[in-house]
Design a protein around this ligand. Structure first.
Ligand code: AMP
Ligand code: MG
Length: 482
């Protein structure tokens, strides 16, 4: 029985500074909850001939595949603005699997027991948050947003103590790497230039070979990350995704969304939306995400200073100028993204006002973010009286005038809109329903939701129920769920 694992581990070969060698701590009674078969096949892995008991052992870490060399990675991070030494406190990277097309993926177990970096934590994870990460990360992938993936979730058969007693679980996370801004911060804080150069070289080899021969590698890497992360946050803004905990340890160098803790999607359009119960100041509110992206990139730039130029003043000046290019780049990408959402081709000086006026109207009227764009595409789940409104109709006339100036057919405009406006997002009440039922061993709502979220841009009869905004008046709150 060959599954097709093909490990070729490189991070574990770096020095002790970067990682601790450690095995997942075996669990009592592992029980597979879900296996992502389509992801497995993308990875050229075949689990079809393995029985459930064996799968449960594999995805709990009770048995490790041949070729794995498991480690916990060291990193630091600014958490809500405060610098802390962190590291994989409840995760192990079991190895780097390479596919037939030579793509390399980290295979990581989250919730796999204590490591040298656990501090006061128990190294474990709860079922609800791991299933939540599964739902949202896979939804993000289907929304065509760069993200880590979820290959499997296993219940451990062990209880864990949080505010209440919860079922333990392990998530298998797949990522193009787990190198974070915080990884650079950890190494930079040690002030050993050779270690920093090792991390830079490793990162370039793994993610950005195109700058391998550059004479300004560090600066090029900074520019590349600005590009990747501005694209990422524009995508989040496009679909109303709120990450919730954009600490620098939760920002990858690959440009993938990572660490789905208190994240959620916005229903009613309000730029100040915050879901996370611990984000009291709204640091990571919807509208702050671009600002925080820049802030995190500035922390990344600080790490690179010793490698940008031997003359520190000069290096700081270059890094600062580079970081300050963020706003202009972001703004341009954001307007273009909003043009796509509105089906607008070409540029018009007045586009920005057209876009902002719609958003202002949505905010005033407490319109649903996703469904407003569905309404404009005539794909709303139901008729909404909200749109029988003079201000909206005046705006719509301006929009239609602008559309008529498009150098493209109405069909093309609609196609552009359909490719950029999801009909189905993981609605908060649907996610909660799925998790609550799964907690009680009923996986039907979870499986249905995961299935529906695979095609967020296509309307079918059975999707209507998933397009309705959360009806609760209570403010939805998420918890950092560990
Ligand atoms: P997160 O909020 O998931 O990004 O985690 C922040 C840091 O806390 C990371 O270093 C995690 O490894 C660590 N951590 C979170 N939960 C636990 C836990 N239950 N046991 C040990 N470490 C944890
Ligand atoms: Mg994290």
């Amino acid at each position: 029985m060959t599954i097709g694992w093909h490990f070729n581990n490189t991070y574990s070969k770096l020095s002790d500074t970067f990682r601790e060698e450690i095995k997942p701590i075996p669990v009592n009674n592992p029980d597979l909850v879900i296996l992502n078969e389509s992801l497995a096949s993308e990875l050229n892995l075949d689990f079809s001939k393995i029985d459930k008991q064996e799968l449960s052992k594999i995805f709990s870490g009770n048995t490790l595949p041949i070729g794995s060399n498991s480690i916990a990675q060291a990193y630091a991070g600014h958490q809500f603005g405060h610098f802390t030494m962190l590291g994989d406190g409840r995760a192990v990277l079991i190895g780097e699997h390479t596919t037939k097309s030579n793509k390399r993926y980290d295979i990581q177990f989250k919730g796999s027991g204590k490591t040298a970096f656990s501090r006061n934590g128990d190294g474990r994870a709860a079922l609800g948050p791991m299933l939540r990460e599964y739902i949202i990360s896979e939804a993000m992938n289907s929304l065509k947003i760069p993200t880590t993936r979820s290959l499997a979730v296993v219940k451990t058969g062990e209880n864990i103590q949080r505010e209440e007693i919860l079922q333990g679980a392990v998530l298998t996370r797949v990522a193009s790497s787990h190198i974070r801004v915080g990884t650079f911060q950890y190494i930079a804080a040690r002030q050993k230039k050779d270690e920093l150069k090792t991390l830079l070289d490793y990162t370039i080899d793994r993610h950005y070979p195109e700058i391998k021969n550059s004479s300004s590698q560090a600066l090029d890497l900074l520019n590349l990350l600005i590009e990747k992360q501005s694209n990422l946050v524009v995508n989040w803004m496009r679909v109303g995704f709120i990450h919730g905990v954009m600490n620098t340890d939760n920002m990858t160098i690959s440009g993938e969304t990572i660490d789905y803790g208190p994240c959620a999607f916005m229903d009613t359009y309000d730029p100040k939306t915050v879901f996370s119960s611990i984000d009291q100041m709204g640091r990571y509110a919807y509208c702050n995400q671009p600002v925080i992206t820049k802030w995190n990139l500035a922390r990344f730039a600080e790490c690179l200073v010793p490698l940008i130029d031997k003359d520190q003043d000069k290096a700081v000046k270059i890094a600062t100028e580079t970081i300050n290019s963020f706003e202009k780049k972001y703004e341009e990408k954001w307007i273009n993204m909003m043009r796509d959402k509105l089906g607008l081709f070409g540029l018009d000086d007045k586009d920005k006002f057209l876009i902002l006026d719609l958003l202002t109207w949505m905010h005033e009227k407490k319109a649903d973010y996703t469904n407003t764009f569905c309404h404009l595409m005539n794909l709303a789940p139901k008729k909404d009286e909200l749109f029988n409104d003079n201000n909206f109709n005046n705006w719509k006339k301006r929009w239609e005038e602008r559309l008529s100036k498009n150098d493209a057919s109405p069909k093309k405009c609609l196609e552009l809109m359909k490719n950029n406006n999801p009909l189905i997002i993981p609605r908060n009440q649907k996610v909660e329903e799925a998790l609550e039922a799964a907690e009680k061993n009923n996986l039907k709502p979870f499986n249905n939701l995961v299935e529906i979220l695979k095609n967020p841009y296509i309307q079918k009869d059975d999707t209507l129920d998933y397009q309705i905004p959360s009806n609760s008046d209570k403010k939805y709150q998420t918890f950092c769920g560990t």
